[in-house]
Design a protein around this ligand. Structure first.
Ligand code: BGC
Length: 762
């Protein structure tokens, strides 16, 4: 329903008596225009200001630093405030004490769940299940809204092909097509196509744009990219989120074509508004405005004007708008139309959220008690988490484990509930997360003897562990010597039938400002793992990580590797469900795992070059595009992931080997479950455009279906292909398909080799 088309009667809040009464509210355009006519310039500029809440404790909102600013109409929204009681108190200040009683937006980084925490976004993407991903966002919105939040800084849709960058953990991997589907699903989950509900919240697609391409994988670093690459490979997920109705967009920290995104008019106005038709508002990322001073764009007044002129509406934390816009207006550096436009877009969002009808719409204290971290939500999180795990290796069917005998669970991540939720889990209750050891004990049952030893610290260097375990995500560093820790581990290892080694990164080794140059498991844990392998017992590596790691040695020496990312508050239970075969793993990588950090950037949809390597055996060829010290291929490709069962692909065919621009053809394949377990498979379709006006990737994902097959069952999976699927941005940045030959691959990963081809004609 289009709000602005109707004039309706609703229950509004009468602040004086604290009772509900029926009020009539005008349609959006009229309502907002009338409100703006009453606003002073200061009040207008105040709406553009988004501070953090500071440390407001319950019952102390009135005496907080921000209270005075709210009363004076200098605040449009607040973020980083948790609990409905506190939010209600603060909203009361805006609604009862400020002159125009304009309610506040309450934002938070609800990135992968609220108290019920889902896998980190990179893990979630490995489910390849849009319904589950949407559902996770919906549950996050339900819990956050029950606790007073009406705006989330999610989804993060930055494509990244550089695992050195810690924030790969927050996105959906390397692929524009998959990333776009996920962006849509997340926006839908948060906003539910209806912001008038009290359990849907405003989403904010971030970080616009290209943040995932920071040079050298170093956070906040320069980005330099051709427009054609932006449009084909990096922009699509942002656009998909905008098309899905994302109500707000966050500017990224990096520069684009030499101008920081926060001050980049081409990006914010030409692309976002004029080309894509975005109607919501743009917020800076944190101190994005004052950071432009260090970028070398001028003083605070200059950069604040630059941001407003570019098309940025809300200033997070920076206070550049608050402190300089008035002066810039007097000096004609910004116009009143620009200020008015920004205010209008922010008030529109508040209107859409229903805050003018009822500023306390999200402040129902009872809801918080009944709807947050419920057993039903946790159960869904456990199911979703189990689908995000990726089985990278399973020699001699070491997995699934038997629910009998003795299992030695060893490693610094085994008893680490504070680390299970992963990065950006600000609302999670770390104490209530399920550790791996707790999950294994629960799922293994009474017939199994479970032993535990830490085995090693995160790494030998205590100062490294300090940097990697911030925000309370401790690993309880053990002050015994490495030798003593190892001796204890080997003792239980030797008593066991199988060893589960819980190793990898701590939660804060990825995420913001957690770039790495070394993509190995930390050395202390590598040494522990090799010592465990030497016992001769079968070893299962349960890997925790927020990014692709270099696992060459582990892959050579360990029979089974289950990559679990950071699977959320229910991680331990979900991992145990998979380890013991109650759930069959079905996750598929959405990002390439390199053999060496030197291969970065590495991604499946690369170009052929003029000197492609002539062999697939990894043999070095002089004057071909390859390395003298490493193969070209990754260790694990995009789309890869094993199951406890096996799938056979056969009978790949097209409905026709010719397609007209206005026609369609279908591609189909038969898939048979040839193993001993029921299972799920992500069937992936890739195309290759053989000749183009610009060079085209060797493969591009254009479709996928996740299917369930009982053991022995066979299904035919069919994909429709239309000209839309074959379009790309050419060198004039026109979105076109070009006639010619196309190859179609369908398979279990981006390595799919079976192909058929067709010709596209006008
Ligand atoms: C991050 C954003 C986040 C914001 C607010 C920034 O440092 O880059 O992703 O939404 O902080 O917490």
């Amino acid at each position: 329903m289009n709000y602005s088309a109707f004039c309706f009667s609703v229950f509004g809040y009468s602040q004086k008596k604290g009772t509900k009464k029926s009020v009539t509210i005008k349609p959006k355009t009229e309502f907002v225009a009338e409100l703006m006519a009453k606003m002073t310039l200061d009040e207008k500029i105040g709406q553009l200001n988004l501070p953090t809440s500071g440390d407001i404790t319950t019952g102390a909102a009135n005496s907080s630093d921000v209270a005075k600013n709210i009363e004076e109409g200098k605040v449009g929204g607040l973020f980083n405030i948790k609990s409905v009681e506190k939010i209600k108190e603060v909203q009361k200040i805006a609604v009862e004490k400020s002159r125009l009683k304009i309610p506040l937006l309450f934002g938070m980084d609800v990135i992968h769940g609220y108290e019920t925490t889902f896998p980190i976004p990179l893990g979630l993407s490995c489910t390849w299940d849009m319904k589950l991903i949407e559902r996770s966002a919906q549950i996050a919105a339900q819990e956050a809204s029950a606790d007073g939040i009406n705006w989330t800084f999610s989804p993060m849709v930055d494509i990244s092909r550089d695992p050195r960058w810690g924030r790969v953990s927050e996105g959906s991997g390397e692929d524009a097509f998959l990333g776009s589907q996920i962006a849509k699903a997340m926006v839908k989950g948060y906003q539910q196509d209806d912001l008038s509900k009290n359990n849907s919240i405003l989403s904010c697609v971030k970080h616009f744009a290209l943040y995932g391409a920071s040079e050298a994988g170093r956070d906040y670093n320069t980005v330099d990219m051709s427009r054609i690459k932006m449009y084909n490979d990096y922009f699509p997920p942002y656009k998909a989120a905008v098309d899905a109705g994302a109500g707000s967009v966050m500017a990224s920290f990096n520069e684009i074509d030499g101008i920081p995104a926060t001050g980049n008019k081409w990006l914010m106005t030409e692309v976002l508004r004029n080309e894509w038709g975005f109607k919501g508002f743009v917020v800076t990322d944190y101190t994005g405005i004052p950071e432009m001073i260090a970028h070398g764009m001028g003083d605070l007044q200059t950069v604040s004007a630059l941001a407003l002129n570019a098309g940025v509406e809300m200033d997070m934390v920076g206070e550049g708008f608050l402190t300089t816009l008035k002066k810039s207006l007097e000096e004609n550096k910004v116009s009143i139309e620009e200020i008015d436009n920004a205010v209008r877009l922010i008030l529109n969002a508040k209107y859409d959220l229903g805050l003018f009808q009822d500023p306390y719409k999200y402040c129902d204290v009872k809801r918080a008690k009944n709807e947050v971290f419920t057993s039903a939500n946790r159960l869904e999180a456990r199911k979703i988490a189990s689908q995000s795990l990726v089985l990278l290796k399973n020699e001699k069917q070491v997995l699934p484990l038997k629910k009998s005998g003795t299992i030695a669970v060893i490693g610094p991540l085994a008893d680490a509930k504070e680390n299970m939720a992963g990065t950006w889990s600000v609302a999670t209750n770390m104490d209530k997360s399920i550790s791996l050891i707790a999950g294994i004990i629960e799922v293994a049952g009474n017939e199994t003897n479970v032993l535990y030893a830490k085995g090693s610290n995160l790494d030998y260097d205590a100062s490294f562990e300090e940097k990697a375990t911030m925000f309370g995500k401790t690993l309880h560093r053990d002050d015994r010597t490495a030798a003593a820790l190892l001796a204890e581990a080997l003792k239980i290892a030797n008593q066991s039938d199988v060893i589960v080694a819980a190793l990898g990164e701590s939660a804060e080794m990825s995420g913001e400002s957690s770039s790495r140059t070394n993509l190995q498991i930390p050395q202390a844990q590598k040494d522990l793992l090799q010592a465990l392998v030497k016992t001769g017992k079968p070893v299962v590596l349960v890997l925790f990580t927020g990014r692709p790691l270099v696992l060459v040695q582990e892959n050579e020496t360990v029979p089974a590797i289950l990559n679990t990312w950071f699977a959320g508050s229910e991680a331990g239970s979900a991992i145990a469900d998979v380890l013991f075969g109650d759930e069959n793993p079905s996750g598929k990588l959405t990002t390439t795992f390199p053999r060496s950090a030197g291969q970065i950037p590495i991604y499946y949809s690369h170009k052929n070059t003029g000197r492609p390597l002539g062999n697939t055996e990894g043999k070095f060829e002089k004057f071909k595009s390859n390395y003298i010290d490493e193969r070209n291929e990754p260790l694990f490709p995009f789309g890869f992931g094993l199951s406890y069962t096996t799938f056979d692909y056969s009978n790949l065919k097209l409905s026709s080997d010719k397609m007209k621009f206005d026609g369609k053809i279908s591609a189909s394949v038969d898939i048979t479950n040839t193993g001993n377990y029921d299972g799920k498979e992500v069937v992936q379709l890739y195309t290759r455009d053989l000749v183009g006006s610009v060079t085209r990737p060797l493969k591009e994902l254009k479709g996928f279906q996740k299917i369930t097959l009982k053991k022995g069952e066979k299904k035919t999976v069919t994909f429709e292909i239309s000209v839309e699927d074959l379009k790309f941005y050419n060198s004039d940045l026109e979105f076109v398909a070009e006639p010619g030959l196309f190859e179609v691959y369908i398979g279990t990963s981006s390595d799919a080799e079976k192909k058929v081809s067709f010709e596209l004609n006008k």
